[in-house]
Write a protein that binds this ligand. Sequence first.
Ligand code: 0O2
Length: 273
Amino acid sequence: MEIQLWRQILSPYELAVRELTTKFNHVIREHREKGLYSPIEHVSGRVKAVPSILDKLQKKKITLDRMEEEIDDIAGIRITCQFVEDIEKVVELVRKRSDMEVIREKDYIHNTKPSGYRSYHMIVNYQVETLQGPKPLRAEIQIRTLAMDFWATIEHSLQYKYKANIPEHIRERLSNAANAILALDKEMSSVRSEIMDAQNSSISQLKLVEDILNNIENLYRISNKREVNKIQDEFYRIYQMHDITKLKQFHRQLDIISEGYRAQAVTVDLEEQ
Ligand code: 0O2
């Protein structure tokens, strides 16, 4: 097939990968904006490389004209989570979305592959808009923990190097490493609630500080600079105390002060009209 034709065929898949990556990144942002723990830690995506598509076609004895019908992972999205428990949450989240339709799920978490590979795969129907009109296509969403991803990435690069013939002693080491990853995920799950509490309070503290800084920045526009400098110094003093209750109190007071200044600014505006 001509290179130009490959570009044309793969272009909607590139769009799908960009859109899906943006959408799942937005899920992370929405959680953080609400001060909530996000079950999605990281999102990445790729369009399958042409040689990799050709290898798969050959391996599965698929003709080129059936490529789009038979290969599910031309568009691939990878979602990594911190904990095994988060995977189910992400799966639910994908199932509930109205902009994609799940057509198949493969649970390699409960049915670990003989290689030691663990991951949850969802094949979805997704539609992109192109100059030629709407284009329905399929995408594969791989959901796994950071630890599973670490193992899969290393093993994948060895598969690439050795093709199907990874030497026995390496295979054995990989299998040991897969068991270690399983144990690591279990260990992390056992302290999940403590880790989540710590992360939640750090997210809400970050949000609080962000709100305070925005408030102070706005005050510079509408009030006396010397007054705001004093408020800012007070913020630094409280911030250094590492006391979230005091910080929350300061935030509330700042809100009241800002309200007062805003009301004054509106009155002056009205008087000038
Ligand atoms: P690449 O280079 O990542 O694109 P099937 O459902 O069997 O008809 P398929 O697509 O082989 O078809 O399904 P499967 O087994 O779910 O594999 C899909 C993808 O999962 C693979 O794509 C890999 O990305 C990943 N995967 C599956 N098994 C393993 C494994 O043992 N080790 C690693 N590291 N990854 C795996 P590709 O096309 O094989 O490769």
